[in-house]
Ligand binder design. Sequence first.
Ligand code: NAD
Ligand code: MG
Ligand code: MG
Ligand code: MG
Ligand code: MG
Ligand code: MG
Length: 349
Amino acid sequence: MKVYHDADTDRSLIASRNIAVIGYGSQGHAHAQNLRDSIAAAGGSGEVRVALREGSATAKKAEGAGFTVMSNAEAAAWADIVMVLAPDEYQSEIWRNDLRGNMKDGAALAFAHGLNVHFGLIEPREDLDVIMIAPKGPGHTVRNEYEQGRGVPALIAVHQEGSGSGGNGFAKSLALAYAGAMGAGRSAIIETSFKDECETDLFGEQAVLCGGISHLVLAGFETLVEAGYPEEMAYFECLHETKLIVDLMYEGGIANMRYSISNTAEYGDYHTGPRVITDETKAEMKRVLDDIQRGKFVQRFMTDNAVGNPEMKAARQRQEAHPIEKVGTKLRSMMPWIGDNKLVDKEKN
Ligand code: NAD
Ligand code: MG
Ligand code: MG
Ligand code: MG
Ligand code: MG
Ligand code: MG
């Protein structure tokens, strides 16, 4: 894989451009603020503005942070780069209604996830550069790390080099400069394709990071509680301690985690891990990946969205009512400091 750093980026390409960030959520606020700070640090003439749908309650937040807020259509006509950071399920509608007819000739259309372009839900105009800058971390981490002088790594990709732009690899240079301005050049900028970013991202979040871990924690919690152990103990063993274990893996790999735990725990890891995550689990993971690659997952998600998200809403309601949430709320109130960075109450809009 090709890996780039700050020295490989030409910051002037970003510093002189007007950038519209569509959406001001997890990624949107981080992109808008990091880009603005980087343009100011480079003494550039470019400006970052935020675009939101009419009447959005989030406008106050973006204005409070000093951004001019525009409609998507106005922003599209104003910007040299349009970064689309609205939820994936609304992006194709935003493209059709607000961007397609309004973006400047030869401008750049940017994404932080390849889904809509890769699965053909957005078919960009030929004159546009179409690029991706996908930070490999949640938006709040992307902003915090930047402020600390560090940077979350990012993937970049070029879907098309627009007929109306600079040519000669300009789209890639622009993506590199954007990633650098996000802080990613301080760690690593990795070049990939819309297809690979999209499919690996969907697989990782479903099978391992979000779906895998949450359901592993729930199954373990339920097993202990059904066997008669107190919910409090089941919560500590199966949920609370995952952070400590994951931190050890994050800092030094799986071997580092195994070095730190007791020999008893390490032996149990080798002996029991494969009884829980079996060959059948891996075979199912392959079927999950296949559904993603063939577009079946995205089609199902978009269909649910088109009819008002009944499947998503029902699952969310069911999961929020799980006993692990109630006992967790009680236990975390005894450790109020661990909720200092909790986002769910502060940030939901
Ligand atoms: P989010 O749900 O946190 O925020 C979406 C924002 O879009 C909100 O500010 C909302 O008000 C706004 N919005 C909704 N409808 C809109 C419309 N019609 N016009 C303009 N704005 C609208 O979204 P997110 O999690 O930041 O995801 C944005 C993109 O970033 C997605 O493509 C996602 O896959 C990608 N991404 C997210 C993360 C992450 O950390 N959450 C990480 C990598 C990539
Ligand atoms: Mg969200
Ligand atoms: Mg991801
Ligand atoms: Mg994702
Ligand atoms: Mg233990
Ligand atoms: Mg040990």
